[in-house]
Design a binder for this molecule. Structure first.
Ligand code: FAD
Ligand code: MLT
Ligand code: ZN
Length: 506
């Protein structure tokens, strides 16, 4: 175990990654309608009269129609799906969103709400020619309240920007993810994003105090609230959290924010097999308890691409698995004592084979990159078949060797597993030189059946989007799906909001 501790009393300075569609040179993404053979709904086709109506609501420069400019709005981050919308609208207020949706609803125009376009299930881009409503100009922070710790802001604020603003008040956002430099808080709410700190701070569903959303017909549903307790009738805000833009467009949010920790340390531990990774988590939970803020897993199949493709340095020698343990608290001496006791115990009991620990900001940042940049590294290796599943801890990693075996002889190059070990959330990623329907047929529905048989969830944190609608039944009963359809009918009778997403086609 190599220690490179410093005496710096640190504030966490990990920076999010700023993504742009131009980062990767990849083959042209085929249109979703051609690859997945979806039938276009009976919506109107955009014409000049609609554009004029939008220009009456927004200034001309906020109605984008240039095909080249629209390309990155039409294509998703993992280059899996692509629509061909002819317009992107960039409102600045709830009132403008309301006026736009009224026009769309009256004219039977389908709509695709878009935040930072970092979603991984094809929900954030149109399937056909839906009108894209981007929240990119809805980026005002409205209020930060030091006591009890909350932020009110517009839906298009970038997660990292919010975190930086809160730091000046000694606060932080309760969620953190690799895409924080690009994703919007509205997109986070719409997907009920999980991320790297859910283990400590809980889900966004639990941390959202209030929100404002606009229904398909333009009606504003004001559920704004900054109170911690408010049991007045149905909790309508929960309809919008995780509904992926199918029930309304979220325009403003209030989030409760924990204090920013005074001390943070990070350990990267090498272990011989998954059983030892699990033992590390169990020991961390019992010995670190309230200061444990993250417990992440990286297997060798994804560590290698991050090191080899992106050139990030792995400070340890090679191991089959790595566990990343972050602790954070308010008293550096106390936290250090606990962390040291945990590390000594893990070494004495031969649970971990090797490790390194630091509280030095730049070193922590490098170690975090080994985990946060896995998605990016795999994407550089070709087409990625992505699965994001919840599983009971005892079967957490079993699926990887099963698939490695099943996919022998196919063009799958990398079958890797990583993710939020502490939350039982595995990211299974399979890389191949390009998309192939034959390989897809070997993976699906097999993966979903396997997960369902073990009581898991087919989507732990990324949502259903466009990609998983026909597999929803592996995680939801017929009665539950029927009720979801009834809610959709109530909120959006014409079905204009993010069609082809979340609910299976009938
Ligand atoms: P978008 O991708 O633009 O949209 C996502 C969905 O929300 C779409 O269905 C869209 O229509 C809808 N939507 C967007 N804004 C609104 C709105 N204002 N009102 C209504 N609907 C809206 N996800 C996790 O959960 N945990 C992770 O750890 C994580 N890590 C990631 C790491 C990387 C490198 C990347 C690329 C992605 C990661 N993601 C993760 C996925 C993604 O970042 C999240 O789903 C995020 O919450 C999406 O936010 P966004 O603003 O980019 O939304
Ligand atoms: C992560 O935890 O890195 C994300 O959810 C993205 C991914 O699945 O690759
Ligand atoms: Zn994740």
């Amino acid at each position: 175990m190599s220690y490179f501790r410093t005496s710096v009393n640190l504030v966490q300075i990990r920076h999010g990654l700023h993504f742009s569609a131009k980062h990767f040179k990849q083959p042209e993404v085929k249109l979703t309608k051609d690859v997945y053979k979806v039938k276009r709904g009976n919506y109107s086709v955009l014409d000049d009269s609609h554009i004029k109506k939008f220009e009456n609501i927004l200034s001309e420069d906020r109605v984008l129609t240039d095909a080249e400019e629209l390309d990155s709005y039409n294509t998703d981050w993992i280059k899996m799906v692509r629509g061909y919308s002819g317009v992107v609208l960039r409102p600045k207020s709830t009132e403008e969103v309301s006026a736009i949706l009224r026009v769309c609803n009256e004219n039977n125009l389908a709509v695709c709400p878009q935040g930072g376009n970092t979603g991984l299930v094809g929900g954030s881009v149109p399937v056909f020619d839906e009108v894209i409503i981007s929240t990119s100009l809805m980026n005002k922070i409205i209020k930060i309240n030091d006591i009890p710790g909350s932020i009110v802001c517009q839906a298009g604020c970038v997660l990292e920007t919010l975190d930086n603003a809160l730091a000046e008040h000694g606060l932080m956002m309760p969620l953190d993810l690799g895409a924080k430099g690009s994703c919007h808080i509205g997109g986070n709410i719409a997907t009920n994003a999980g991320g790297l700190r859910l283990l400590r701070y809980g889900s966004l569903q639990a941390n959202t105090l209030g929100l404002v959303a606009v229904k398909a017909d333009g009606q504003v549903i004001d559920c704004m609230n900054t109170l911690k307790k408010d049991n007045t009738g149905y909790h309508l805000k929960h309809l919008f959290i995780g509904s992926e833009g199918t029930l309304g467009l979220v325009t403003e949010v209030a989030i409760q924010c924990p204090p920013k920790p005074q001390s943070v340390s990070l350990a990267l531990l090498g272990v011989v097999d998954f059983d030892h990774a699990l033992k590390t988590f169990r020991l961390a939970r019992s010995m670190l308890s309230e200061i444990l803020s993250s417990c992440e897993l990286i297997d060798e199949n994804c560590m290698q691409p991050v090191v080899n493709t992106l050139g990030v340095r792995n400070p340890l020698s090679e191991h089959p698995f790595y566990v990343l343990i972050e602790v954070s608290g308010s008293n550096a001496a106390h936290d250090e004592e606990k962390l040291n006791a945990f590390l000594e115990s893990a070494m004495e009991d031969e649970i971990v084979a090797d490790g390194t620990v630091t509280n030095e900001p730049s070193r922590m940042q490098t170690i975090w990159q080994l985990r946060e940049r896995i998605a990016e590294a795999l994407l550089r290796n070709g087409f990625v078949y992505k699965y994001d599943v919840s599983l009971p801890h005892n079967s957490f990693y079993q699926l990887i060797p099963v698939l490695q075996d099943k996919l022998k002889g196919t063009d799958a190059k990398i079958v890797s597993g990583y993710g939020h070990l502490g939350d039982g959330n595995l990211h299974l990623n399979i890389c191949a030189p390009q998309f192939s329907p034959e390989l897809l047929a070997k993976i699906e529905p097999f993966v979903y059946e396997w997960i369902s048989e073990r009581g898991g969830s087919i989507s732990a944190e990324h949502g259903i989007g466009f990609k998983k609608t026909k597999f929803l039944r592996y995680s939801k009963s017929d009665a539950a799906i029927h009720t979801m359809r009834q809610i959709k009918q109530l909120m959006d009778p014409k079905g204009i909001l993010n069609p082809y997403k979340v609910l299976p086609m009938e």
